[in-house]
Each structure stands twice: as C-alpha cells, then as structure tokens.
Design a protein around this ligand. Sequence first.
Ligand code: NAI
Length: 385
Amino acid sequence: MKVGVIGSGTMGSGIAQVASTANCEVVLYDVKDEALEKSRQALAKVMNRLVEKGKYEQAKADEIQDRISYSTRLNDFKGSDLVIEAIVENLEVKSKVFQELEGIVNENCIIASNTSSLSIASLAASLEQAERFIGVHFFNPAPLMKLVEVIPAIQTSEEVLKKTKQTIADWGKVVVEAKDTPGFIVNKVARPFYGEALRIYEEGMANVATIDWAMKELGGFRMGPFQLMDFIGNDVNYTVTETVFKAFYYDSRYKPAFAQKRLSEAGYLGKKSGRGYYNYAEGALNPEAEQDEKKGRKILDRILVMLINEAADTLHLNIASAVDIDLAMTNGVNYPKGLLAWANELGIQYCVEAMDDLFEEYHEERYRCSPILRKMAAKGERFEV
Ligand code: NAI
C-alpha cells in the first residue's frame, strides 16, 4: 500500500512512522526542506534508540526508515492509495492543497485530514470527489498513542469509511468512529477534566496541587489537570477549549476560564516556558497538596461526575457508541477507566443526584444533567460497554 503524508511536522512525522512500521510505502511531503530534514533526523534518533533498547533489529529499523521517501513535490503522491494531511490548522490552506492533490492521485485514492478542530464536511466540500474524503484524528505522539478517531463527513461514502477503518486498524491502532461534531470524542469529553478543575480552583475551594493530588491519588488519573495543562501548554489547551466553546454555539458547559486565559497572556505557558500553574525553575516554591481525603473525594467526585455527564451526553447525541466513547478516553488520554463503565460502577442514579445537586447549588446550564442519565436511572439501566 502506498501512503502519502502531507506535512512533516509533529503529527505528519509520527503518522509516517506508523504507516511505514506497518509495511506501507510512504511519501512524506512538506513545503519546507528543513522540516523534512528535521523529520528524517528525528526518526533516525527514535530508531537508534529502539535498536539500543533491543526492541528492533538494526535491519528492521533500517527498513522502516528506507520505506519513507521525503519530498517537496506533491507529484510524488501519484499512485497513492491513501493520503493523510497534517499541515497548519487553516481551512483555506488545507483546501488549496486538496484541490492540487486531486489532480495528481487517481480517483480511488482516499484523502484524509488529521484536523483537530475543522469540520470534515467543510474540508470535503473543497474536493471534486467529496465522497472520498474522511477525518482520521491521531493523538500526539502518534507512534505511541493507540487511539485514532475516524470521522466520516456527511459526504463520505460507506466504502471509504469501511476501508479507512480497516487500514488504520491494520496499522495496530484502536479505531473509534465519531460523528463530525466539534472536538469529535476525546477533545469534547475531556473538557470538564480541565474546566471543572479550573472552576474549583477559581472558587478557591482548593489549590492546584490539592486538585491534582485528588485526581491522581484518589482517582487514578496519570496526571492531575493542572499538571496536564502545564504539559500540553496553557495557550494550546485554552485555544482548544475556546474553539469547542464557540463551535457549540457558546454552550456554557465548555466555557473557558479566566484563570487560564491570564496565564497564557502572561506567558506562563507551562513546562515549555518554565512556568505555568507550577514554577519549574530549580528550587522554586510551589503549592503543596492538602492531603485531606474527605476534601479530595469531593473534588474528584465533582470533576468525575461532570466527565461522566459529558460522556453520557455524547452518547445521547449519537456522536459515538458507548463502547467507542470508553475506548477513546482510555486510549486517547489514558483515563484509568472508561467514563461510562465508571458511571455503571458509581450507579447511574448516583450520577443524576450529583448533577442535580450541582445544578441546585449554581443554577447554571453548565450543570444540567444529560437526559440519557435521567432516563436510564428511571429504568434502572446500565451502559453497555
Ligand atoms: P506542525 O506545525 O508541527 O507541522 C506542520 C507542518 O506542515 C510543517 O512542517 C509545515 O512546514 C508544513 N506545512 C504548512 N503548510 C503546508 C503546505 N501548504 N503544504 C505542505 N506542508 C505544509 O503541526 P502539527 O502539530 O503536526 O499539526 C498538524 C495538524 O495535525 C493540524 O491540523 C493539527 O490540528 C493536527 N493535530 C495536531 C495534534 C498535536 O498534538 N500537535 C494532535 C492531533 C491533530
């Protein structure tokens, strides 16, 4: 199989590595020579490390590298079966590349985008043959993160959807299917992990270290929300939140937080700038967690129930199946358990009451309980995960 990858940045390079490791012949294209060179060197480094660790034989590492050719000419995509685009997040720029590409590849070539925030329908509309277009959303770093969200646009044909899912699954990925809605599954369902933690912090209920401690130690999450926001970058995380908020027509459930906006404005971007919610300078003073279990449980409960409510509402709106929603969160952001499975454990009635308590306290739309939870609780049902 011949695979073309457009854009040799963080994501494109990772996707090229995944496809080549799965024995595909890969052409990696970028407008910048330097970007291609950087990508080639980065892959060589990764492969050397894998050989040193004994994970790969030298011959295999060489083959993976040899199967990728680096090019600044779109023409080299001729004969591709699948082309995945991973360039700047800009509709006009992407559309232009797709139009040019359609004149090069043959008509049964599937064209896909790794976009995180643009609608797949709007990208598909720039093609002559819109039915061959589809979203394939990898997670960073693509070679390590198991999840890929596959997103058919309303224009996408059934055959293209089926073939794409099969190909990505053959590459060893966990494939979930999502409707073409903002944030797809992961970037939508994960919002309360940050948003509710920020609300708790803004209200002064606890400091960042206590919230992180509660989510990690009591909830089993790998990183606390503030640690994770510092890791992702507060500018990046804020932009994702704002994009989802706007795209959902200003639904208050996704409202961004001033605390995070100010941090980005101040240049406190997190680990990459040396300071975010925490100060990463050596010897810097940082807040300490109050290891108060009762308080910690309250924090965990509030964030978790908001996450469950978001996951349930995602099912309610038919954005994905219950199984795929849980797979997405455990494989895309490494949650310790699927949220719907967690809801079954806590009890659906318990989740409804917890949401209603929050709504009672705040009288904000943000805390409305998803109708699906209420219906299921009334019937004594559980999520089928
Ligand atoms: P990046 O900035 O690391 O790489 C983009 C590359 O595209 C650069 O090498 C640039 O030279 C090249 N490029 C720009 N315009 C081009 C054009 N017209 N033709 C060919 N090459 C062009 O970006 P990154 O982070 O890899 O993101 C790429 C896409 O993947 C975006 O759509 C982004 O939303 C999406 N994405 C990013 C994730 C992340 O965590 N960084 C996760 C999932 C999706």
